[in-house]
Design a protein around this ligand. Structure first.
Ligand code: ZN
Length: 284
């Protein structure tokens, strides 16, 4: 039976296999707070159901994900955001609290989900969309899939879940970040980021077949195996890298905000955007 959340669905699609789908195709699955917490609720269902051994994560429509929905970005007043360290003060305090929970925190939580997960990626996978694919243990891409992290062009040093070096290798991570180039499914496969590339119509069936082979194995061994490989990645420094890079990322956000407010003052934009009182206007 399919369980429908506002922007995600959860369905047991084969013995021991559950499928979680982002369900916001009209917005290319742009990830707002609602979608984030709906996905987390779906992962919760899969975690608590002892019969489920493998989880698939996909996106409805032609594209896997267009990344974070900037309209809901940083909204600490959103009751969905339940961080233990909230701040409505604004500035770096609010932005950092928000991203620690909703972006980095959620991705770390899903990356450590205690059962094997497989991303099914078709169409575009942009910025925050990479984070969703990367937290999965395996990635199957259709031959039309493309990947890009363009946030350097927006003045920030890569997406919040900074897994680029571990996904792409050091040199390609630098190149793809510096250039904001799009890499296709074949290139992602060559770099080792994607396990298999399949024709678009075969994406789900191929992934289901793979999931069925994994689901034949004992649940506890799968759980320990995942933990073992994740520990190897931790020992390559992934956790401490992300603890540092999220701070660098926020230094970029803060720099952008400071430069923007200076430009606003310089260009004499409306008073509410100025950091100082508006001069008294002479009578016209
Ligand atoms: Zn950010």
């Amino acid at each position: 039976m399919k369980q429908e959340f506002e922007l995600a669905t959860y369905e047991v699609v084969a013995p021991h296999v559950a499928k979680i789908m982002q369900n916001r195709p009209q917005a290319r699955n742009a990830q707002n707070n609602r979608l984030t917490y709906d996905l987390d609720a779906c992962f919760g269902l899969a975690a608590r159901d002892e019969d489920i051994k493998v989880v698939l994560l996909g996106g409805e429509g032609p594209h896997f994900s267009s990344g974070h929905d900037l309209k809901s970005w940083g909204k600490m007043t959103d009751p969905l955001v339940t961080t233990w360290s909230p701040s409505k003060e604004g500035g770096v305090h609010s932005r950092y609290s928000f991203e620690q929970e909703v972006f980095l925190g959620m991705c770390r939580r899903w990356r450590d989900f205690p059962k094997p997960t497989i991303a099914m990626v078709q169409g575009k996978c942009i910025a925050g969309g990479l984070m969703l694919a990367w937290v999965c243990d395996l990635i199957i891409a259709s031959d039309d899939a493309t990947f890009v992290d363009p946030v350097v062009a927006m003045g920030v040093c890569g997406v919040e879940y900074f897994n680029h070096p571990y996904e792409l290798g050091i040199r390609k991570a630098k190149e793809l970040l510096f250039t904001a180039d799009v890499w296709d499914a074949q290139e992602a496969h060559r770099l080792g980021m994607v396990n298999h590339v399949v024709p678009r119509p075969d994406l789900e069936q191929f992934t289901l077949d793979l999931a069925a082979r994994i689901a034949n194995k004992p649940a506890f061994a799968l759980k320990m195996t995942k933990q073992a490989v994740n520990t190897a990645q931790n020992n390559m420094g992934q956790q401490s890298t992300m603890d540092t890079t999220i701070a660098l990322h926020h230094m970029c956000h803060a720099h952008n905000a400071e430069m923007e407010s200076r430009a606003v003052r310089r260009e004499g934009l409306p008073e509410k955007f100025r950091g100082e009182p508006a001069p008294v206007k002479a009578a016209e």
